[in-house]
Design a protein around this ligand. Structure first.
Ligand code: N0T
Length: 505
């Protein structure tokens, strides 16, 4: 991952790479035969990357005996279909639980203890406070990274690794196992205190508020520094999850330095810690995770909540790139992909359970990916200097504006045109797109369901379209199709891509 101007880019073979991905359902990659019909289907959907789990229990069925067959099969089949992989380490934690820990871990609760609720009841969640839990998870993860180095450091099929999956504490905000209780009485660790002081001015407001309410203390135990509250319990737990995860990332990168990220199951606002999978890399805990897990490159949201823009805004604070490993596979994902890559420093978009789609459901995202692949080099070139914009157009927020150079643009949903075929539809599939300014007077627009108009930023002047072409990119070269200067661009007044169409103009 490389900083370039205002953005961080993921370079694959020296070129900016966007994960136009899909994540497999959890069990799909556990059987190579089951995967066979899946590959051509995903290829036909124009994915360039498959996001697939590596299951600890299947990789280390007996302690110290490793089996990389499934990983090797994934690599072979991905290469055969010219696709990249993002691998998910289903290790100690998967959606809070330790369901992918091998049987020899699950059954030995003495050696591998679990977290406990405030009632002293053990949960099926390995406690991060037990060094032996870290040791075995780390050992397996390092073996995986070593193996990837051996079999893939020439070809770079695997481009990124997710460490664990949706880490979270339930049913209380922190664990009450004996080791956790002892740690809770300890002073807040020096690296967190140092981070607080160094980043004082840049702390995310939700987190700063908790700290400042107690007088922004710079020493003391957890309750002294952050107060006696569920928020403190969660911060404490997040710190220990983060440092555990960091230890995996540090050791894994020492074996083979791929970019690594962690993902979060988003919480629903208003629900108290403990009642949602707590202490993961959530917006209000970004500082804790960044301080505790500096070897993790990205904190990533999984989208099953409404308010896409709201959560994207939260996750891109402080230069965190947007990496979406999961989005519920629903209507509107295509428009959101255009928006995400245009509006943010976004490195990945990926509907979840991608293989489960029929052709009809998969068609919009397939179209979007086909076009996004064509403009990836342009995004890579022009995003670092702020020459890319994205917009999402929903029925209730149908106009978006922005400025590019000397012009101000307005993007509206195509259905806002009275004569549009879709205008009378009760439900509007979202429209979305992105604009790339390649010269002061020259723009590419990519997307679906949009109408785009411009005005000069100087008062008393008018801007119109000199000419509009539709087309596509082949091998990086623009191949113009129809000239659109009549009805198609409303005689020079707008650029339009109808609601059911996908295109570049
Ligand atoms: C996701 C997926 C998979 C209305 C759920 C989302 C995946 C995991 N968890 O299918 O289990 O492995 O990362 C949890 C959020 C559901 C919230 C539904 C709210």
């Amino acid at each position: 991952m490389v900083k370039n101007g205002t953005v961080t880019q993921l370079l694959v073979d020296d070129k900016p790479f966007l994960v136009l991905g899909g994540e497999l359902g959890n069990s799909t990659a556990s059987n190579t035969a089951y995967m066979q019909p899946v590959w051509p289907k995903l290829k036909a959907m124009h994915l360039n990357t498959v996001i697939a789990p590596v299951y600890w229990e299947l990789m280390e069925p007996q302690e110290g005996k490793f089996d990389f067959t499934l990983v090797d099969d994934l690599l072979r089949d991905a290469r055969k279909h010219q696709m990249k992989l993002v691998l998910l380490w289903f290790g100690a934690w998967k959606n809070s639980m330790s369901c992918y820990a091998p049987a020899w871990v699950k059954t030995d609760t003495k050696r591998f203890p679990r977290v406990e609720s405030d009632q002293g009841v053990p949960e099926e969640i390995m406690t991060p406070f037990e060094p032996r839990n870290l040791e075995v998870d780390k050992k397996a993860f390092v073996r995986l990274m070593q193996h990837l180095k051996e079999v893939d450091s020439q070809q770079h099929t695997v481009v990124t690794v997710q460490v664990e999956n949706e880490i979270g504490m339930l049913p209380t905000a922190r664990s009450y196992d004996s080791r956790a209780n002892a740690a809770f009485k300890q002073p807040v660790p020096a690296p967190l205190l140092t981070y607080l002081q160094r980043e004082k001015k840049n702390l995310k407001p939700e987190f700063a508020a908790v700290w400042q309410k107690q007088g922004a203390k710079t020493k003391g135990n957890w309750e002294e520094v952050f107060g006696k509250s569920l928020a403190t319990d969660e911060i404490f737990m997040a710190w220990h999850y983060a440092t555990f995860t960091n230890a995996l990332a540090v050791a894994g990168k020492a074996a083979y330095p791929l970019p690594m990220y962690v993902n979060a199951a988003l919480n629903r606002p208003g629900v108290p810690p403990g009642k949602y999978p707590s202490a993961g890399p959530l917006p209000h805990l970004m500082d804790v995770w960044q301080a505790g897990a500096p070897a993790i490159d990205i904190l990533a949201p999984d989208f099953y909540n409404p308010d896409f823009k709201h959560w994207c805004d939260l996750y891109t604070r402080g230069g965190n790139p947007l990496f979406i490993p999961e989005h519920r596979f629903e209507d509107g994902v295509a428009a959101k992909a255009f928006f995400a890559f245009g509006n943010y420093n976004c490195l990945s978009f990926s509907p979840f359970a991608i293989e489960g789609s029929d052709t009809l459901k998969g068609a919009p995202i397939a179209k979007a990916y086909e076009l996004l692949q064509q403009v990836t080099p342009l995004i890579g070139k022009y995003q670092p200097t702020g020459q890319v914009r994205g917009f999402l157009l929903q029925k209730d927020s149908a106009a978006r504006t922005g400025t590019l150079g000397n012009y101000r643009f307005t993007a509206k949903h195509e259905y806002t045109l009275g004569w549009s075929l879709g205008a009378k539809k009760p439900d509007w599939n979202p429209g979305g797109g992105l604009i790339i300014a390649v010269a002061p007077d020259e723009f590419y627009v990519v997307g679906t369901g949009l109408v785009l108009t411009w005005e000069p930023t100087t008062k008393g002047k008018r801007a119109g379209y000199l000419s509009v072409d539709e087309g596509y990119f082949e091998g990086g070269k623009w191949m113009p199709g129809r000239r659109m200067n009549g009805d198609q661009d409303h005689q020079g007044r707008h650029v339009r891509i109808p609601g059911e169409e996908y295109g570049i103009q």
